[in-house]
Design a binder for this molecule. Structure first.
Ligand code: SAM
Length: 282
């Protein structure tokens, strides 16, 4: 039996192709009394497209707290509300988290209605290893802060996903090259699900020239995907020595200390590897 109690429905909407609006999203938008939208003018045509007669209320980053209060009041009055953003999934580099948290705290149901999200759409067609992914969203726009943020990501063994605006694209690609070096794979996913969709895979060091070769390549909306840091030659040497020492029966901490002294690989890295081997075998 479906639960008919008032709820906040968190509804993902298309990134650019109306056909990507799910059947369930359409049904929810038709059923609710209110749609809380990041930009009510932007979302009005979507409601018309669904033949939904819900009333719109604004819920954007500058009024999220008062919007949350309004939404809780509607729920208290027995009316359900759908939350949408201009494109994609609410709360993902977009407003939504505060509304959801207030509604949850007030004891009402929050029901996700899944659909497009640019990060996931890009990953699905990027052809990179996506077993372990770090979704970063937007990097800081100031160069120094951006460089600092990237420095913290350099050694992470996760595929990295960034959102970027067109006017910062080149600067960000330069910053990626500076931080990560030229060799890692970069996927530039542009205008996903739209007419000029383009998904280009190259080395980070090749990206600047590719973007400059055609002005259109810097137009539109972008997801940037950087392949995970791979173990360096030093890391591999550290692991070899560690395996040898453990194989000789040395206690774990001693083997880690010696492997560190012999190869220079960070103690923490070696320790984590040794523990992993203890659990899962080398
Ligand atoms: N909530 C959205 C989601 O679920 O993906 C993201 C909203 S965020 C404000 C907007 C950013 O998402 C854009 O600057 C771009 O980086 C990315 N994006 C949105 N639509 C896109 C598209 N069609 N193609 C590529 N990137 C897109």
């Amino acid at each position: 039996m479906t639960d008919e109690s008032p709820a906040l429905y968190v509804v993902a909407t298309p990134l650019g192709h109306l056909g990507d609006l799910t059947q369930r999203a359409i049904e929810v938008l038709r059923r609710v009394a209110w749609v809380a939208a990041e930009d009510t003018r932007h979302s009005a045509p979507l409601l018309r497209h669904c033949a939904a007669s819900a009333r719109l209320l604004p819920a954007h980053e500058h009024n999220e707290e008062s919007a949350a209060q309004q939404i809780v009041a509607r729920l208290a009055g027995g009316e359900s509300v759908a939350l949408v953003v201009d494109a994609g999934t609410p709360g993902i580099s977009d407003p939504g988290a505060r509304v959801v948290s207030r509604v949850r705290a007030a004891g009402y149901r929050v029901v996700p209605v899944p659909g497009p999200c640019a990060a996931v759409v890009a990953l699905s067609a990027a052809g990179v290893d996506a077993r372990h992914v770090l979704f970063y969203g937007f990097l800081p726009s100031k160069a120094t802060q951006r460089a600092n943020a990237l420095r913290g990501l350099v050694r992470l063994p996760y595929t990295l996903v960034f959102y970027e605006a067109p006017h910062r694209l080149l600067a960000t690609v330069d910053a990626l090259a500076e931080a990560f070096g030229p060799a890692r794979t970069l996927v530039v996913a542009r205008e996903l699900t739209k007419v000029f969709e383009q998904i280009h895979s190259c080395r980070i060091g090749e990206a600047r020239a590719w973007l400059l070769a055609d002005a259109n390549r810097q137009r539109g909306e972008f997801v940037l995907i950087v392949s995970a840091a791979e173990a360096t030659i030093e890391d591999a040497a550290g692991e070899r020595v560690l395996k040898l020492l453990l194989g000789e029966g040395l206690p774990l901490t001693r083997a880690v200390r010696l492997a560190h002294e012999i190869t220079g690989v960070a103690r923490g890295t070696l320790y984590a590897t040794a523990l992993r081997w203890q659990e899962n075998g080398p």
